[in-house]
Design a protein around this ligand. Structure first.
Ligand SMILES: Nc1ncnc2c1ncn2[C@@H]1O[C@H](COP(=O)(O)OP(=O)(O)O)[C@@H](O)[C@H]1O
Ligand SMILES: O=P(O)(O)O[C@H]1O[C@H](CO)[C@@H](O[C@H]2O[C@H](CO)[C@@H](O)[C@H](O)[C@H]2O)[C@H](O)[C@H]1O
Length: 451
């Protein structure tokens, strides 16, 4: 097996499997992961450097599931003492190996490699760094790992840049990089600038595999998470309507740029309805609490049947937590789509209503998280302002029906997400389904309902 499991030694395999299995970003929780291959990619800096840094790919298999998953590790090998308080991953002869993302000097090697557009290769694989824009990047920017909740691992470099190391690797091109590049090329101000990215190739069972390993983007200064800001405003009894309108305008700009960059097509509404119905069936198997809503939801999806839906590249998982409020306006992050979907589904063109619906659901989540007499009115005001911003005041027109179907589809996804990740929250999307699975012949305006 290449990389062979014994390439780094048993201790490395065991400890890296344990590190991956225990990480927030590990996708196989509750299953029995077994390491299938471990590829140590070529060193990124010269022999004798302290620390010496390399990236590695651990391939994980499960006895009861087909296919494998690939996880990235960033390894810092040291002969002297490591960073204070950082536990080693394993020992390698007289060296000790640490997580490079948490070792500032090791993380600096990644930035240095990007600035020099390093390209390294050996028999096991190759790593290439691509610099798009140098901006204010410099090798001496202090590195600090991001400690907030995330599905990957980001390292901040001063106030200038952020390198995001993708943890669960998608073979082929990474969507976040692809979309950031396209939106930067289009001159869209609503996303961070992309400084560069890293890609690798390696072989497994004689097959050459490739993936993007990380991206370096502009660190957005004084950025406040949209979800945190919305809750803060709501708790203080304030209005979020102006922010919602600005988010609507930002999404409209991004959608326009995505149409230009990736093109558009059409999908018969009946196809989309059938996909949603299939997702509902699968979701109901995971979350039987969906059962009472099934007939109403099928009816809601069926309303799509008459339409030819314009489709395009979309964000795919647009919610308040994917927005950052900065002094220069709202910025949208994380264009990788819903984590539970496979790459083919995430890259497939979809109606722009998917993202509109995602944000409307987020306003509902926020209101439900801060219950109180004003919460429903707060949510409805956000909804109205967001749609006004998105449509430029033109209103939804024929879009009201499709939007309602997409809201229902998103709420179904959320029920499964909550059952799997935060069972205490499942009441929020279930609560919305009462209205979304309700009568489809009129536009209802009560709790969580489409207008
Ligand atoms: N360009 C950026 N500048 C500053 N902070 C950022 C930037 N991008 C993301 N973040 C911070 O990192 C967090 C996680 O980012 P995200 O792209 O959602 O990562 P992941 O895909 O790993 O979940 C965000 O919630 C935000 O706080
Ligand atoms: O940000 P991720 O790509 O990891 O998205 C997943 O997790 C989200 C929660 O962190 C989840 O979002 C749901 O909860 C949010 C509040 O925490 C709410 O604002 C969203 O509207 C709701 O969908 C998201 O669905 C999931 O894919």
């Amino acid at each position: 097996m290449s990389g062979p499991l014994d390439g780094l030694g048993d201790e490395a395999v065991t400890s890296l499997m344990a590190a991956v299995g225990g990480a927030r970003w590990f996708a196989g929780k509750g299953r029995q992961p077994t390491p299938r291959s471990l590829t140590a990619l070529p060193w990124l800096n010269e022999e004798g450097a302290e620390p010496r840094v390399r990236l590695a790919v651990l391939e994980v298999a499960y006895p009861d599931f087909p296919g494998t998953e690939h996880y990235q590790l960033a390894l810092a090998q040291r002969h002297g003492p490591g960073p204070e308080g950082l536990a080693p991953l394993y020992t390698d002869g007289d060296a000790t190996v640490y997580d490079a993302a948490q070792d500032p000097e090791a993380a600096a090697v990644l930035l240095q490699a990007l600035l020099e557009q390093r390209s390294v290769s050996d028999d096991d694989g190759a790593v290439r760094f691509h610099l798009r824009e140098r901006g204010a990047l410099s090798p001496d920017l202090p590195a600090r790992v991001f400690r907030g909740q995330q599905s990957n691992t980001s390292v901040m470099f001063g106030d200038v840049a952020m390198i995001k190391l993708f943890r669960r690797l998608e073979l082929g091109r990474n969507l976040d990089i692809e979309v950031h590049a396209a939106l930067n090329d289009a001159g869209t101000a609503d996303v961070a600038g992309l400084f560069g990215w890293t890609e690798a190739t390696w072989s497994s069972d004689g097959v050459v595999l490739g993936a993007d390993l990380g991206m370096c983007v502009e660190k957005l200064a004084d950025a406040v998470d949209g979800w945190d800001l919305a809750l803060e405003v709501l708790r203080a009894g304030g209005t979020f309507a102006d922010h919602a309108a600005a988010l609507g305008r930002a999404l409209a700009e991004i959608h326009a740029a995505l149409r230009t960059a990736f093109g558009t097509s059409e999908r018969p509404g009946a196809d989309v309805a059938a996909t949603m119905a299939g997702r509902l069936r699968a979701a109901t198997a995971v979350a039987p609490a969906l059962e009472p809503y099934a007939a109403g939801l099928q009816e809601r999806f069926a309303t799509l049947g008459e339409a030819a839906l314009p489709v395009q590249r979309v964000h795919g998982d647009f919610h308040l937590g994917q927005t950052l409020h900065t002094p220069s306006g709202w910025k949208i992050i994380d264009f990788e789509g819903e984590p539970a979907k496979g790459i083919a589904e995430r890259v497939a063109p979809d109606a722009a209503w998917r993202d509109v619906a995602g944000m409307l659901r987020s306003f509902d989540y926020a209101a439900a998280s801060v219950p109180g007499p004003g919460a429903a009115a707060w949510r409805d005001a956000c909804r109205e302002a967001f749609l006004d911003g998105y449509t430029g005041g033109a209103g939804l027109g024929d879009g009201a029906g499709p939007l309602a179907a997409y809201e229902a589809d998103k709420a179904v996804y959320e029920v499964v997400y909550e059952v799997r990740n935060r069972p205490d929250w499942v009441g929020i999307p279930l609560g919305a389904l009462t209205a979304l699975a309700g009568p489809t012949t009129e536009h209802t305006t009560h709790e969580g309902a489409p207008r």
